[in-house]
Structure formats: structure tokens, C-alpha cells
Ligand binder design. Structure first.
Ligand code: NAD
Length: 261
């Protein structure tokens, strides 16, 4: 267990999947948590779970592609929870298409959420961290797709995740003087609605029945099982803690061995 008592965390895309598991885990470690998602009802439900049994949380509706909403989310967190120590820029989307068939409008939307949205959250969250004095943790959702390209038809997603690893490394340089760590987590095949979509849409393109693409892909995982959102939250809890204080600019794999560099 890591001691995050007295810390305040803000998690985007926290209404379900990996973000939900991270919000619950950081709350269990003692942090007060801003639970932000574009689907307000899901954010409210997760904050409710935390407030009922675990600790303290506040739900917020945010579209991370909207600069004024991101600024407002950070302001609200600081005003209501008192400070900001940990940002988990987790919100992300996937689209299933080959690059040569990708529509420009879809491409722009994917980049807006997965790259611009992450950068905006980092930009506004860093301000109160810097103002509070030394220290802070910025933790970014990357992916195995940040390090390798897959034969599956989600090339634009792969481009976006390579980009956030560049953001992680550049921002780590900029914020080191403030002792703010900037790291990314790179999961593998995680059992969330995102993989349901890949299975359904990419599976259909390959002529597979529902569940078949996921089962085939999981059968290649050296660890022998699908990844859970809690597997990812285990790493994020470490990255949010003082145990990772000398680690910055890294894209850390948490993937059962699917990518080993
Ligand atoms: P998910 O689709 O289950 O959840 C994503 C959450 O982000 C949802 O609650 C959604 O409402 C929210 N969201 C989407 N667009 C938003 C926006 N514009 N503003 C605010 N919130 C928004 O996905 P997940 O599997 O939990 O993935 C979480 C992160 O982990 C993503 O960045 C994803 O790319 C990354 N990731 C997932 C996997 C996987 O196998 N599932 C693997 C590697 C990386």
C-alpha cells in the first residue's frame, strides 16, 4: 500500500474501465479524488462509490478536448478539494479503421481526445502543482500501441499513443525543475468497453464472431490471461506515490509480457 493521505488526485475518463479502477485505488490509498468524465452519470456513480465506502471524491463532467472545460475542472478540483497533487490523464478513445480508409473528421476527433486533451489536462494541472511548491505527479495513459504497431485496424490510435509518449518525455524535461514527475502507463489487452469495441468492429472486419478476436489476442499474452483494470491501477498507485520520485519521462509497460521494451 502507498500512503496518499492528504493528497488530491484528478482522474479523467474515470467513469468506467481503467479510469474507474484508478480512481477507486487512489481513494483507497488515502487521496481525495476528482472523478471527471464526459459521461456525467458514470462520474457521479464512481464518486458515489468512493464517498459511500472508501473516502472522499467529487464528480465532474468534462470534455477534455474543450480548453475552458479543462481549466474549469482543475479550478473546481483545487477550490473544492483544496489542492492538486496527482493528475491521471486517462481519457482516451479508439476508432477501428485502416489508415488509408480513415476519415479526416474521425482522425481529428481521435487526436483531439487522445493527444490534445491529454496536453490540455497537463497544462492546466501543472499550474497549481507549480504554485504549491515542489512536487507533483502527472501520469498519462499511453499503451503498448505507443511502442509497437499492430496489424489490427487502429493505426490512428497507434499514432496518437506514440504522440503521448513524446508528450510525456518532453513534459518530464520541462517539469523536472519543479520536481513534478511525468510518466505514462502502457497497458496491453485490458478487459474494458474499449476492447469490446475493438473485438466487435475489428472482429467483424476479419469475419470473426463476437469474442473471437479478443480470445485469439489474449491467447498470445505470455502471462496467459486478459489484463484487468486493477492491474493497471496497481502501477498507477506506484507512480502516484513517493516511491516513484526518481522516475520521470518513462512509458512503463503493464501488459503481461505482450510488449517487452
Ligand atoms: P473506456 O472506453 O472503457 O473508458 C474511457 C473513458 O473515457 C470513458 O469513461 C469515456 O466516457 C471517457 N472519455 C472519452 N472521451 C472523453 C472526453 N472527450 N472527455 C472526457 N472523458 C472522455 O477505455 P479504457 O479501456 O478504460 O481506456 C482508458 C485509457 O487507457 C485510454 O486512454 C486508453 O487508450 C488506454 N488504454 C486502454 C487499453 C485497453 O486494452 N482497454 C490498452 C492500452 C491503453
Amino acid at each position: 500500500m502507498y500512503n496518499l493521505n492528504g493528497k488530491v488526485a484528478l482522474v479523467t475518463g474515470a467513469g468506467r474501465g481503467i479510469g474507474r479502477a484508478i480512481a477507486l485505488r487512489l481513494a483507497r490509498e488515502g487521496a481525495a479524488v476528482g472523478v471527471a468524465d464526459i459521461i456525467e452519470a458514470n462520474a457521479v456513480a464512481v464518486a458515489g462509490e468512493i464517498n459511500k465506502d472508501i473516502g472522499r471524491a467529487m464528480a465532474m463532467r468534462v470534455d477534455v478536448t474543450d480548453e475552458s472545460q479543462v481549466e474549469q475542472m482543475v479550478t473546481q478540483t483545487v477550490n473544492q478539494l483544496g489542492r492538486l497533487d496527482i493528475l491521471v490523464a486517462n481519457a482516451g478513445i479508439i476508432q477501428v479503421s485502416y489508415l488509408l480508409d480513415h476519415e479526416l473528421e474521425d482522425w481529428n476527433k481521435l487526436m483531439a481526445v487522445n493527444v490534445t486533451g491529454v496536453w490540455l489536462c497537463c497544462k492546466y494541472a501543472a499550474k497549481p502543482m507549480i504554485g504549491q511548491g515542489p512536487g507533483g505527479k502527472i501520469i498519462i495513459a499511453a499503451s503498448g500501441a505507443a511502442k509497437i504497431a499492430s496489424p489490427r485496424p487502429h493505426g490512428a490510435y497507434t499514432v496518437s499513443k506514440h504522440a503521448v509518449l513524446g508528450l510525456t518525455r518532453s513534459l518530464a524535461h520541462e517539469l523536472a525543475k519543479h520536481k513534478i514527475n511525468v510518466n505514462a502507463y502502457c497497458p496491453g489487452i485490458v478487459d474494458t468497453p474499449m476492447w469490446e469495441k475493438i473485438d466487435r468492429e475489428a472482429g467483424a472486419m476479419a469475419g470473426l464472431k463476437p469474442g473471437e478476436l479478443k480470445a485469439q489476442t489474449v491467447s498470445t499474452v505470455p502471462w496467459g490471461r486478459i489484463e484487468t483494470p486493477e492491474d493497471v491501477a496497481n502501477l498507477v498507485a506506484f507512480l502516484a506515490s513517493s516511491e516513484s520520485d526518481y522516475m520521470t519521462g518513462q512509458g512503463i509497460n503493464i501488459n503481461g509480457g505482450t510488449v517487452m521494451h
